[in-house]
Design a protein around this ligand. Structure first.
Ligand SMILES: C[S@@+](CC[C@H](N)C(=O)[O-])C[C@H]1O[C@@H](n2cnc3c(N)ncnc32)[C@H](O)[C@@H]1O
Ligand SMILES: Nc1nc2[nH]cc(C(=O)O)c2c(=O)[nH]1
Ligand code: SF4
Ligand SMILES: [Mg+2]
Length: 204
């Protein structure tokens, strides 16, 4: 029987990006193809779940929105099987991904967070379209070039920069400065700010 490696399943509000405030059930899968130095998630520990156990477990929550995350959920082999069942059960499905693999067609909303720290790999991004892109603000003079590269290569409705949180602090000044540079001499307001509001609100 297919085993899903689940870090945690919980109900909260989407804390980031355009859908901030949306009630959702988070399904967090173990494992990742990257290892971002500042990653806020322990994706190595997990509990095995069957498909039926996941479906049963999420029934306890009120929300009909699901956020599939991880780790890197696009690398979960049996994900299509689960997504199919979630769709049959009537859930709206969003995903959080780094974009290195293509996202399944059952997904309703794609939040992609391509990673500058893996400079050698960002040309390998396989998912060329997203509903939103969120770039974490890393301390590097070429980050702005990366943002421009992503804007040119990934077609998205919205582009966000997101301060990097480390030990409870966000690099806000750096983020605001980058935003200013990205939007300089433009009237389309292409680049917006996303803060991890769940951390500010002290919720999951
Ligand atoms: C833990 S990741 C999981 C999904 C996927 N692997 C990804 O990176 O998009 C979920 C989101 O949290 C962001 N994130 C992780 N650690 C962070 C940190 N320390 N500060 C700001 N955002 C962070 C990621 O960039 C991504 O948008
Ligand atoms: N509230 C809340 N919103 C989130 N949006 C994306 C998250 C993630 O870790 O993927 C996340 C998370 O961990 N908590
Ligand atoms: S890709 Fe996502 S889950 Fe993986 S290490 Fe980076 S932030 Fe963490
Ligand atoms: Mg998180």
């Amino acid at each position: 029987m297919t085993e899903y490696r689940i870090v945690e399943i919980f109900e909260s509000l989407q804390g980031e990006g355009y859908n901030t405030g949306m009630p959702a059930i988070f399904i967090r899968f173990a494992g990742c193809n990257l290892n971002c130095r500042w990653c806020d998630t322990n994706f190595r520990r997990y509990t095995p779940f069957t498909l039926q156990q996941i479906l049963l477990h999420i029934q306890r929550y009120k929300s009909k929105n699901i956020i599939i995350t991880g780790g890197e959920p696009t690398f979960v082999k049996a994900l299509p099987l689960l997504l199919e069942q979630l769709k049959i059960a009537g859930y709206y499905i969003a995903i959080e991904t780094n974009g290195l693999a293509q996202v399944d067609e059952h997904i309703d909303y794609i939040a992609m967070s391509p990673k500058f720290c893996y400079q050698t790999r960002y040309q390998e991004i396989k998912q060329a379209k997203a509903d939103e892109v969120r770039i974490v603000v890393e301390d590097h003079p070429e980050l702005i070039d990366f943002c421009h590269y992503i804007e040119q290569h990934i077609k998205a409705k919205r582009y966000f920069v997101s301060p990097c949180e480390q030990n409870g602090s966000f690099n806000m000044l750096q983020t605001i400065e980058l935003l200013g540079q990205l939007n300089q001499k433009r009237v389309d307001n292409k680049w917006l700010l996303s803060i991890q509001t769940h951390k500010l609100a002290n919720i999951e």
